[in-house]
Design a protein around this ligand. Structure first.
Ligand SMILES: Cc1cc2nc3c(=O)[nH]c(=O)nc-3n(C[C@H](O)[C@H](O)[C@H](O)COP(=O)(O)OP(=O)(O)OC[C@H]3O[C@@H](n4cnc5c(N)ncnc54)[C@H](O)[C@@H]3O)c2cc1C
Length: 375
C-alpha cells in the first residue's frame, strides 16, 4: 500500500489549492485522488468570475447569520480573492480586473442597498451608493475579476507536484495508524490525514454530513455584443434584482450572464442534474438587453452545473467531527473560486498546525452535528 503525508480527494479549485499551499509549505508527499478532469466538476464548469464580495447582497447574510459571521465570511472571501489574484498574476494567466456593481430596479431594493452600504462602511469594507433619478447603483469596493480558470486549475496541479491517482475514492477508513482511502478500482492509499474536496462526492464518502448539503442547479450563457455599448469594463461584475441576475464582461471581451434560478422547479434545489432551460436563457438575455439597451447574439456557449450549499448557508470548512484527521470544504454559495481557493490555504494550516487562523470556528462541520445525527 502506498503511503503519503496527505491524501486529497478531488481536483477542483478546493483540492488543488490545498495541494498547492501544502507543497508551498514543504509538505511534498501528497496524493491526489480524482477521476481525470472530464468537465463534469464545478470548477471546470463555472463562469470564471471572482469577486471580493458575495453573490447575495450583504443584507441577506447579515440578516441570516448576524454581523460577526458575515464579517468573517467576507474576510475569508477577501483572502481568497487576493490569493487567487496573486497566483493568476504570478503565473501570467489571462484575466481582467474590474469592479462589482449592483443595480436596483425598485425603491425597496434601493432601501436595501442603503442599509447594505451603511453596514459595509461601518465594518471597514469600502462601498458607495450613487442615485440617479429612480436608479440606484451600489459599488462594493473595486474588486472583481474575470479569469481563465482552466489555466488556474492546470497550474495549481502542476505546482503541487502531487502524485495523482486517476480514480474515484470509494471509502475512507480511519484506524489507529492513520487514514486509508480505497478507490473504485480497489487501490488502497494510506496517509496521516485526508482532505475531502470532492464537492458532491462528499455526500457518499462522509454520509454523516450528507443531510446538511443541498444540491442546486444553475446555468450560465456566453454572448457576443451585436449592437450598443456595454457599460461595463472587462472584469466588471454586475448584479441586478437582488442578485437574481448577474453578468460579467469577460477578459475575452464577451458577456457571460446567468441567474433566473427562480424559473427552475423548486429553484433547482436537490437537483441531480442541471438541465439547460430555454426559458432561463431567454429571460437572462432579455434582462441584460433591457438593462443596458444593447443587442446580444444567440448564446455562443451554455453551461449547466450542480453546486452545493450548506443547509444553514455558511460554508463548511474544517475538521470533520468524530475524527479530525478528515478535513472537508464545500458549500461556497456561488463564490467558489474565492472561497475554494481560501479553503485550500485554511486546510493546509489545519494540516500543518492543527488549527487555522483563517477559517473561523463557525465554519467548522461541528456546528452541523445536531442536524445530521439521528437518535
Ligand atoms: C453554473 C455554475 C457557475 C458558477 N460560476 C462561478 C463563478 O463564476 N465564480 C465563482 O466563484 N463560483 C462559481 N460557481 C461556484 C464554484 O464553481 C464552485 O463552488 C467551486 O468550483 C467548487 O469547487 P470544488 O473544488 O469544491 O468542487 P469541484 O470543482 O466540483 O471539484 C470536485 C472534484 O472532486 C472530484 N470527485 C467527486 N467525487 C469524487 C470521488 N468520490 N472521488 C474522487 N474524486 C471525486 C471531481 O471529479 C472534481 O475533481 C459556479 C457554480 C455553478 C454551478
Amino acid at each position: 500500500m502506498k503511503t503519503f503525508e496527505v491524501i486529497i480527494i478531488g481536483r477542483g479549485v478546493t483540492g488543488l489549492s490545498t495541494a498547492f499551499h501544502l507543497a508551498k509549505s514543504g509538505i511534498k508527499k501528497i496524493c491526489l485522488i480524482a477521476p481525470p478532469p472530464t468537465h463534469a466538476d464545478c470548477s471546470s464548469l463555472n463562469a470564471g468570475y471572482a469577486s471580493i464580495t458575495l453573490h447575495d447582497n450583504i443584507s441577506r447574510p447579515v440578516h441570516g447569520q448576524g454581523s460577526e459571521t458575515t464579517r468573517r465570511l467576507l474576510d475569508v472571501n477577501r483572502a481568497g480573492f487576493s490569493g487567487l489574484l496573486q497566483f493568476v498574476q504570478d503565473q501570467a494567466i489571462n484575466h481582467s480586473v474590474g469592479r462589482v456593481m449592483r443595480l436596483a430596479s425598485t425603491p425597496q431594493e434601493a432601501t436595501e442597498m442603503r442599509s447594505a452600504v451603511q453596514w459595509l462602511f461601518k465594518n471597514g469594507f469600502p462601498a458607495s451608493l450613487s442615485v440617479m433619478g429612480t436608479h440606484c447603483k451600489q459599488h462594493d469596493g473595486a474588486a472583481a475579476a474575470s479569469i481563465d480558470i482552466f489555466s488556474v486549475l492546470t497550474r495549481l496541479e502542476a505546482q503541487s507536484m502531487a502524485q495523482v491517482v486517476n480514480d474515484t475514492a470509494q471509502s475512507i477508513r480511519c484506524g489507529k495508524d492513520g487514514v486509508t482511502v480505497t478507490t473504485a478500482g480497489g487501490e488502497k492509499v494510506h496517509a496521516e490525514m485526508v482532505v475531502a474536496a470532492c464537492h458532491r462526492g462528499i455526500k457518499n464518502l462522509i454520509p454523516e454530513i450528507a443531510p446538511a448539503l443541498v444540491n442546486h442547479a444553475d446555468q450560465w450563457m456566453e454572448f457576443n455584443i451585436i449592437e450598443g455599448n456595454l457599460p461595463m469594463a472587462r472584469g466588471d461584475l454586475t448584479f441586478a434584482e437582488h442578485s437574481h441576475f448577474w453578468m460579467t464582461h469577460t477578459y475575452r471581451g464577451t458577456l457571460v450572464a446567468g441567474g433566473a434560478r427562480f424559473l427552475r422547479p423548486w429553484a433547482g434545489l436537490e437537483a441531480e442534474e442541471s438541465s439547460i432551460l430555454k426559458l432561463v436563457t431567454s429571460t437572462v438575455k432579455q434582462k441584460v438587453e433591457d438593462l443596458f439597451n444593447i443587442t446580444l447574439s444567440d448564446p455562443t456557449q451554455t453551461v449547466g452545473a450542480i453546486d452545493i450549499r450548506a443547509c444553514d448557508e455558511i460554508p463548511i470548512i474544517g475538521p470533520m467531527y468524530g475524527d479530525s484527521r478528515i478535513l472537508l470544504a464545500s458549500g461556497f454559495m456561488g463564490s467558489g473560486l474565492t472561497l475554494g481557493y481560501a479553503s485550500g490555504l485554511g486546510l493546509s494550516e489545519f494540516i500543518q498546525f492543527g488549527q487555522s487562523k483563517l477559517i473561523p470556528k463557525v465554519f467548522h462541520p461541528t456546528r452541523l452535528r445536531s442536524l445530521t445525527e439521528t437518535d
